[in-house]
Design a protein around this ligand. Structure first.
Ligand code: HEC
Ligand code: HEC
Length: 258
């Protein structure tokens, strides 16, 4: 009797652990762990994305376009956790090419316009886009082209809120800042500043996938070989809680007021 009871208890605990395990594992995987996330971030991600999440880590100038700015909460609010997980684990190119194993994803890459736009039109269009974030004059001719080619996704004012935007993951970027009250005045030039004209030219002419594959522009590389799923969820949680949420209210407020 005194021997059997502890055995029974042990068996009971074992059964509990067996049943409890998957749910606990799933939850902690989804939620991640902040300390782990912080460690991963400060070992790997900071190099490009910056200790402060401002996209200005020690290697930021090595990548074109430069790394994503995590403190831009309006941009970040358009990325789901699941999307970020796939980007970090499999790399962004795999996401854009819809090559994530065992998952159906509808992500849409920025399409190519080389077949419908002349090179000099593309150059003019880049100036037109920059004027969204800088508040300069925009030519009427380019407005026509923008509305015909880009508006369906990027929206009439370039805010990334075109008809097709909500169905798209990630949504097309905001181009506009001055239509947005503070803090968007600061943060949107920050987004456009990530891109140089050579990148924009390649992007519009060939589309995002070919800009990366043929013209060797950078995008987020896969980290699935070096990080476990748990570590990836953790670093996403760290990014959200440390960089995004602190600016979220202001970002959402700006979005509502527009
Ligand atoms: C070698 C530099 C580099 C490192 C290291 C790096 N990234 Fe990135 N990351 C980039 C670049 C460049 C982009 C912009 C990709 C683009 O615009 O296509 C980016 C974009 C992202 C995005 C946004 C994707 C999107 O579609 O906007 C997320 C999320 C991200 N990185 C997470 C991470 C995390 C988490 C880590 C650490 C595990 C990390 N990155 C490490 C360079 C890096
Ligand atoms: C079918 C929808 C669609 C159309 C039409 C479209 N875009 Fe995009 N665009 C996107 C998506 C989706 C992204 C986000 C790409 C990413 O994060 O990799 C994007 C991103 C961009 C970016 C940021 C680049 C980057 O790497 O994040 C620029 C600049 C841009 N588009 C310009 C344009 C211009 C100019 C036109 C018209 C000639 C246009 N787009 C038409 C969907 C579209």
């Amino acid at each position: 009797m005194p021997v059997k009871q502890p055995l029974l208890l042990l068996a009971a605990t074992f059964v509990c652990v067996l049943f409890a395990k998957p749910t606990i594992a799933q939850m902690s995987a989804k939620r991640g762990d902040l300390t782990t996330g912080k460690n991963v971030y400060n070992e790997i991600c900071f190099a490009c994305h910056g200790v402060k999440g401002d996209g200005k880590g020690p290697s930021w100038f090595n990548t074109k376009p430069s790394p994503q700015v995590f403190i831009n909460s309006v941009y970040m609010s358009r990325l789901t956790d699941e999307y970020m997980f796939n980007v970090v684990k499999y790399g962004k190119l795999a996401v854009l090419n819809r090559q994530i194993p065992n998952k159906k994803i509808d992500s849409l890459a920025m399409p190519a316009f080389g077949a419908v736009l002349e090179d000099n039109q593309i150059r003019e269009l880049i100036k037109f886009e920059r004027a969204f974030s800088k508040g300069g004059p925009q030519s009427a001719e380019m407005r026509e082209i923008f509305e015909a080619a880009c508006m369906v996704c990027h929206g009439k004012r370039g805010q990334g809120d075109g008809e097709r935007a909500s169905a798209i993951q990630p949504a097309p970027k905001y181009f506009v800042s001055d239509a947005q009250p503070s803090p968007m005045n600061l943060t949107d030039p920050q987004l456009m500043a990530r891109f140089n004209d050579d990148f924009l030219f390649s992007l519009i002419k060939k589309g995002k996938i070919a800009a990366v594959m043929e013209d060797k522009f950078d995008t987020m590389q896969p980290f699935g070989q070096v990080l476990s799923d748990k570590e990836i969820w953790s670093v996403i949680r760290y990014v959200r809680e440390t960089f995004v949420n602190s600016n979220k209210e202001k970002g959402y407020a700006a979005e509502k007021r527009k």
